[in-house]
Design a protein around this ligand. Structure first.
Ligand SMILES: Nc1ncnc2c1ncn2[C@@H]1O[C@H](COP(=O)(O)OP(=O)(O)OP(=O)(O)O)[C@@H](O)[C@H]1O
Length: 287
């Protein structure tokens, strides 16, 4: 096994009026270069887990047990819970980057795309000269399928899909080894969503990063994930490769989750892996 991320017995509570056990004893490994889907109904703890991995949890959340270990491809391990201050800031973006659902709305409306992308390099790669920085930003935009002349644009001049692509470019800027994506395409229409998903799977093959992809949309996960973890009430109740989970689900909750998506009862198109953009009949019905 070649894990890039090992989550060991992780437990997280929200110390609100009543204590919520949002994540309970979760153990999970993310293999180098794989797409791991995390599925489960609203409130089961998916985002809490994502925020814990990226060390973005805020009070009243508290990690009550366990740890998250990052194993760099250079051969050293980092215990994420032990990182603080500058080390933590350097680690985030550099080794683990994230794209959240509302990410496209977090672009600064008064700054051009170029300035916002360049900022990542100014902060994390200060040794890069201005010309190299510009060139790198252009390359990044093209990587995610946006023309480099859009660097001059302001966010409002781009569509939602393009803005989300810019956020993905930003997340990939420092060539992270892990990408955490929490509902990254949920706010977009189905066609744009699919184009972006295909881009993510292509980039993962090209650049070799691993992805934790979080969504309540199980059909989508079945298409893009290598393995899928099903979460319920803070627990991982089933974890298997996508095909086995789909054809031979073991846990009653997984079975229920699968049967709650009518589109899964028909033939699923494997648009993402095959690269076919056309929607199949099942998709048309789902629309
Ligand atoms: N700030 C908070 N204070 C108290 N409880 C919280 C807080 N944030 C989340 N929770 C609770 O923690 C549990 C897990 O929430 P979380 O947002 O991680 O679930 P989720 O699976 O990501 O849901 P969704 O798909 O709706 O985003 C839920 O019961 C939720 O109500």
């Amino acid at each position: 096994m070649n894990a890039v991320l090992s989550i060991e017995d992780l437990s997280i509570d929200y110390l609100a009026e009543t204590t919520v056990h949002a994540v309970r004893d979760v153990s999970l490994t993310l293999e180098r270069g794989e797409i791991l889907g995390l599925a489960g109904e609203s409130g089961c703890g998916k985002s809490t887990l994502a925020y814990a991995i990226t060390r973005l949890l805020k009070p009243p959340a508290r990690i009550t047990g366990g740890r998250v270990l990052f194993s760099s491809r250079e051969g050293y391990d980092i215990d994420l819970s032990a990182l603080t201050g500058d080390d933590l800031r350097a680690f985030r973006w550099d080794k683990i980057a994230m794209v959240f659902q509302g990410a496209m709305n977090s672009l600064n409306p008064v700054l051009r795309i170029s300035e916002q992308l360049e900022d990542v390099f100014i902060t994390h790669r200060p040794e890069l000269g201005k010309a190299d920085r510009r060139e790198r930003c252009g390359e990044l935009l093209e990587l995610v399928g946006v023309d480099r002349d859009r660097l001059r644009a302001y966010p409002h001049e781009l569509s939602g899909g393009m803005r989300q692509r810019v956020m993905i470019a930003m997340a990939l800027a420092l060539e992270p080894q892990v990408l955490i994506m929490d509902e990254p395409t949920t706010a977009l229409d189905v066609v744009v969503q699919r184009e972006i998903l295909r881009e993510i799977t292509r980039l993962r093959s090209e650049l070799g990063f691993a992805v934790v992809f979080i969504t309540h949309d199980l059909p989508l996960l079945l298409e893009i994930s290598d393995r899928i973890a099903v979460m319920r009430a803070g627990l991982i109740v089933e974890l298997d490769d996508a095909l086995t989970l789909y054809t031979k689900p073991k846990h009653p909750y997984t079975k229920r989750l699968l049967s709650s998506f009518p589109s899964l009862t028909g033939e699923r198109g494997s648009f993402v892996r095959s690269g076919e953009l056309a929607l199949d009949e099942t998709d048309q019905e789902a629309l």
